[in-house]
Design a protein around this ligand. Structure first.
Ligand SMILES: O=C(O)CCC(=O)C(=O)O
Length: 290
């Protein structure tokens, strides 16, 4: 992994609510990830485990939508090698200023030429069923990205705006910026938009309350991205949120007797005291069949 945050990066991330990074992954890691995306969207799950959310498959998925799979790391080891990577996790934790970090969910997003937009949103308005509810996301471009190609975009400083509730459509809305424009109006500010335009292997990191979304892909090349949504290593289920209902997918991993997050589903990727989830390395390097 190539990304090592500097003090300036940290300051910029906390001020703006995001950081754009030229190089997160080396080029030789891209072809296995492209293959993994292809396999997963064709229903080929290398490990035999189905991802937690399969929102698009070849043959049945709406071709005009951006394709989405959640927790591809459970299905494919090329994805897992990035999502569970300790060096990357350490760098992300250092950027956030955390002493330990765990994966909450990954997202495999694929927006082929002609595919529609993804609506602006704040991740934490969907993903705050844990406490402390701090969230950081790492978005890794697997193709060169451009504004016309529907790259990720951020409203600068918007992590300091009001914490909203989910509004509008995520997949293929007519006016993808509308929820953010309304939020900006409520703040009394004119939004300043930053487009993440990087070479494949670059990307960005953003705060859980930063408004972001992406336009339609009006270019001739695909726009694939691997996204890691991460929480602090000391996060646990929030009983108040559980009582309100957090949906069937992530509540099913709740222990009967306590609120601890199960490390099989939410592994600790790095901690300054060395307590990375032990099973990760066996999972990434299974014994060879004889
Ligand atoms: O890739 C996109 O267009 C949206 C990504 C996103 O919502 C996220 O990284 O949280």
């Amino acid at each position: 992994m190539l990304f090592k945050p500097t003090d300036d990066n940290q300051q910029s991330y906390h001020e703006q609510g995001y950081l754009v990074v030229d190089k997160i992954l080396p080029p030789d890691q891209l072809p296995p990830l492209h293959q993994a995306f292809d396999d997963i969207y064709h229903g080929i799950f290398e490990t035999g485990v189905t991802p937690d959310e399969v929102n698009w498959q070849h043959g049945t998925g709406d071709p005009s939508l951006t394709r989405q799979i959640c927790n591809g790391w459970k299905a494919n080891r090329s994805i897992a090698c990035v999502v569970l990577n300790e060096d990357l996790a350490r760098s992300i934790a250092q950027l956030a200023g955390w002493s330990g970090i765990r994966i909450m969910i990954d997202n495999l997003l694929s927006k082929p030429p002609g595919a529609r937009a993804l609506g602006y949103h704040q991740d934490s308005s969907y993903l705050s069923w844990f406490t402390p509810s701090d969230l950081i996301s790492c978005w890794i471009a697997l193709d060169d990205t451009t504004q016309v190609g529907g790259t990720l975009e951020f409203a600068t400083h918007s992590h300091q705006w009001q914490k909203g509730v989910p509004v509008g459509e995520f997949h293929g809305p007519d006016d993808y910026q509308k929820p953010m424009q309304l939020a900006a109006k409520h703040e009394g500010v004119q939004p300043h938009i930053k487009y993440v335009q990087v070479k494949a292997g670059g990307g960005s990191l953003h705060h859980g309350w930063t408004w972001h979304g992406s336009g339609a892909n009006e270019s001739a090349i695909p726009r694939r991205a691997l996204v890691l949504h991460l929480m602090r290593s000391d996060a646990a289920y929030d009983p108040d949120q559980l009582a309100q209902g957090i949906g069937p997918i992530y509540s099913r991993y709740k222990h009967l007797a306590d609120n601890q997050l199960d490390e099989n589903h939410f592994p600790i990727l790095w901690h300054e005291n060395g307590t990375r989830t032990q099973a990760i390395d066996d999972y990434l390097n299974p014994p060879k069949a004889t």
